[in-house]
Design a protein. Structure first.
Length: 496
């Protein structure tokens, strides 16, 4: 390590965010431009270069974190980029969107604030693009084999890039009009500007990957036909079947799924729409669901100039410190975290009915009531205990004009005919059945990412994309592959 005493002498310092009052006026990323590089070298110096670096295990990609921390501390950005890209196809995505389980597994985090691994990763990725360290890497020769990748989220793109670089001819099929999956239309631009996505897509095009947009396999493109045309098929459609909220009044107008709301806001940013038909402007908004998708809705509603916005979380408010008995190091703990969106709602006082950061914890929705025209006007909720049992005397009603359901996803959507067209089997929880080689049981058809794993993190999606690429390459090459496989289909995050 560059500074053996760095973790003792240097406090943790994160990439500063712009003032909430400033950043909610635009859709740019929330961080202060140019403020990361001046601090990141000293932050990388805090890495202890542990003998057994648990950050490797906490990250499913197996990122070589102590290696590139040391190289950043020494200002060797080219070598740091090589180490980072050796395990991660898209570090500028994960450096912005991943919740950083690697930091929970940092050995320093046993009794001190963890190394800012996510910030260092992002700095390396951005510097690599600025300095030209990430040129296209087309294959030296083609294998003569063809692969269709269905879905262009992080799992699909990672699989496509690995297989293209291995020499196979790869086509990515995307049902939307632009490549990117949830990174395009689900993730708001204030979390990741789409220029980062466009840059990688252009790199992949230069390497030889083909993209087919507005092509829903199962409807626009026959699933059986696709299977007959390609030597292998990778299903990486994500988990797009959203969970419902079966309570009285759900049929009222003004109640929408988060993934109906967020894509429209992103299309406004893309220039496709002048104004979203589901804009929260001037409305009282309640978001049901306490996860990241709910926080994305919160930040978007604040930028829409909602009259008020409240987020309901069925879980009790977590503590600020790790519970060493329930969630000991190095597992990823459930802590009270203040996202950029919650910080904005707190500073701008956007949720007068909720706690300081817009969230009502331990709250369960009972029913909706509406006006004579059938539009939702009230959300009735009740406080719950740790077992989600209602607490007597805690029922209350919130005024609402727009309800957004952010309750997660159960698996791939079956409405487009892809699952049935390929003859795929599903697990009881709704995900695609596969074996230890990512194979679905249908010859030549493999499955990866949230469609098979279930709703997960972007690092797991990229890791699965890399691993399924190795499995497909082995299938096409007669049992041999030089591609890395960082995870198996049945691997799971570290937990108690």
């Amino acid at each position: 390590m560059a500074d053996p005493k760095g973790f003792l002498t240097t406090p943790r310092e994160e990439w500063p965010r712009r003032l909430a009052e400033e950043r909610v006026r635009d859709w740019d990323e929330v961080y202060v431009p140019g403020a990361l590089l001046p601090i990141v070298g000293a932050q990388a110096d805090r890495c202890m270069d542990c003998g057994v670096p648990f950050c490797h295990e906490a990250c499913p990609l197996g990122n070589l974190i102590p290696d590139w921390n040391d190289l950043v501390a020494r200002s060797d950005w080219r070598a740091a980029s090589e180490r980072l890209h050796a395990t991660n196809n898209f570090p500028e995505f994960t450096g912005r969107l991943c919740p950083a389980p690697c930091e929970a597994g940092c050995v320093l985090a046993i009794n001190q604030p963890a190394v800012t691994i996510k910030n260092v990763e992002c700095a390396i990725a951005d510097r690599a693009w600025e300095e030209g360290f990430t040129p296209p890497r087309p294959p030296d020769r083609l294998s003569g084999k063809t692969v269709a990748v269905i879905g262009s989220g992080p799992a699909g793109l990672a699989a496509a890039q690995q297989l293209t670089r291995a020499g196979h001819t790869v086509a990515v099929f995307e049902r939307d009009d632009r490549i990117g999956g949830l990174m395009r239309y689900g993730i708001p631009a204030f979390k990741m500007e789409k220029r980062h996505l466009e840059r990688r897509i252009e790199q992949m095009r230069a390497e030889g990957t083909k993209f087919r947009t507005s092509a829903t396999v199962g409807r626009d493109v026959g699933a059986a036909e696709l299977r007959s045309r390609y030597d292998a098929v990778v299903v990486a459609t994500g988990a797009t079947a959203w969970r419902e909220l079966p309570v009285p009044g759900r049929e009222l107008a003004g109640i929408h799924q988060a993934m109906e709301y967020l894509p429209l806001a992103n299309r406004v940013c893309e220039g496709d729409l002048e104004r979203s038909p589901l804009s929260a402007a001037g409305k009282h908004v309640v978001i049901v669901g306490g996860g990241d998708t709910g926080a994305d809705c919160l930040g978007t509603a604040v930028r829409d100039r909602a009259a008020s916005v409240t987020q309901l979380d069925i879980y009790a408010q977590p503590g600020a410190e790790r519970d060493e008995e329930a969630e000991p190091w190095p597992v990823y703990p459930r802590l009270y975290r203040l996202s950029a969106a919650h910080e904005e709602a707190r500073d701008l006082r956007s949720a007068p009915a909720a706690d300081a950061d817009a969230r009502l914890f331990a709250a369960s929705t009972l029913r909706f009531t509406g006006d004579d025209e059938g539009h939702v006007r009230s959300l009735h909720l009740v406080g719950v205990d740790a077992g989600r049992r209602p607490l007597p005397g805690t029922e209350r009603a919130l005024p609402v004009d727009l309800v957004l359901l952010a309750l997660g996803f159960s698996g791939p959507d079956r409405e487009d005919g892809l699952i049935d067209g390929l003859g795929l089997r599903l697990e009881p929880r709704g995900t695609i059945t596969r074996d230890q080689d990512f194979a679905t049981g249908v010859p030549g058809v493999f499955a990866a990412g949230d469609a098979a794993r279930g709703q997960s993190l972007i690092v797991w999606a990229i890791a699965e994309g890399r691993a399924v690429a190795a499995a497909v390459d082995r299938h096409l090459s007669g049992g041999r592959t030089r591609l890395p496989a960082p995870v198996g289909p049945f691997d799971r995050p570290m937990r108690v």
